[in-house]
Write a protein that binds this ligand. Sequence first.
Ligand SMILES: Nc1ncnc2c1ncn2[C@@H]1O[C@H](COP(=O)(O)OP(=O)(O)OP(=O)(O)O)[C@@H](O)[C@H]1O
Ligand SMILES: [Mg+2]
Length: 438
Amino acid sequence: MEALRIITEEHQNLWRIATTIDQVADEMQAGSKVDPAFFGAIFDYIEQFMDGCHHAKEDEYLFPALRQRSPEAAVVIDRLQVEHRNGPEVLKSLREQLAATAAGTLGNTEFAEALRIYTQSLKAHIRTEEKDAMPLAREVLTAEDWTVIDRAFLDNSDPLFGDQAAAEFRQLFHRIASLAPDSIGLGAHSAGILQPGASKVSGDVLLSVSGLESCYGRIKALKGIDLEVRRGELVALVGANGAGKTTFLRTLSGVQPASAGRIVFDGEDIVKLRADLRMRRGICQSPEGRQVFGPLSIEDNLRLGAYTQPKHQVPEDMEKVFAMFPILKEKRDLPAGTLSGGQQQMLAIGRALMGRPKLLLLDEPSMGLAPLLVQEVFNVIKALKAQGMTILLVEQNAFAALAIADRGYVLETGNVTLTGSGQELISNEQVRAAYLGM
Ligand SMILES: Nc1ncnc2c1ncn2[C@@H]1O[C@H](COP(=O)(O)OP(=O)(O)OP(=O)(O)O)[C@@H](O)[C@H]1O
Ligand SMILES: [Mg+2]
């Protein structure tokens, strides 16, 4: 029944999109401007969802089997399939209304109304599939049916539903996340203000790395890295396994020695400075694999992040982290080991924030997380950026990282091989081939 798991996952994402549309419709009615790029991305997503993966497989494999096994299925499936068929027409009309609203010939209120009617029907459709069709399928379909259906749903070479379609799909989702109004953020936590600061990139350079080398014994893991981060910037560093991403971050934070090169941070060459002194100057890292202290309470883990800070500011900073991640407040006295992977990631980020970073280093924050949690983590990063935090983000999840980054660097076996804006790198053929699985 892998097919059902896949369908449910897709439903969850689509439900979040529908909820997002509703929220934006409310804001539009309250007078905010209509962003054609944002809605365009949403409609692209839904369109691809319908044509590219979801409906085709259901109509071709799941529904016929269901009809065959259960006479009572017909009523439900007839309705669902009519809705599938009407989908493109409805979407076309929404696109026309978007264009009219952007051109000023249709009012915000009318467009908001049309969007609400649409999301209601979308949600009703999802509910019918989840509450009627899927339980029936579980009950009446045979093992042989599932073999055929699951094989179709898991076929990764299928151009309509395979790896490539999934990658394009992820890109669209991240595009929506990055275009979404700050007030929305697709279900992430409402981020409290950690440091008042301009969300604009100010132009002056906070970190300047030149010719940086670092070795493990005789193996040179960094072979002369040049990289810059400006104040307020979100810079993504992407690259394959073993490229040296973690080594680079550890060399910045000082837990790994540099063998050559300069690291100028906030106007000072820090390459010889001890790790704790770099942290005091505002370089704080959320490490690869989170590395929270399992037996210690969540609160104590956060306190550890503030060990270079004056004691009196700890309670206040902790409240700010709790405002950002309410789940951590709820569980503050529990051992960190009892948290889920996603929650531990929030804790690792929270712990780094307790050091009042001027530059936040994040090493693979989405690693090992379920797709929906990956989204949450990226939303948190986006929220931090919106508050003016300067961030260097290391990710294997290159799509998602580049989609929210101002600029990116591609690292290959210890060398920077490409650099450009996030969007430039996403559209670069080499990057697409090597890192985006396309
Ligand atoms: N402690 C170590 N001792 C020896 N070699 C190491 C050590 N840590 C990393 N390396 C080597 O240094 C190179 C860079 O590794 P690094 O962990 O920095 O890569 P990465 O880009 O972070 O990879 P990943 O995506 O797997 O996290 C690799 O060749 C790796 O084998
Ligand atoms: Mg790494």
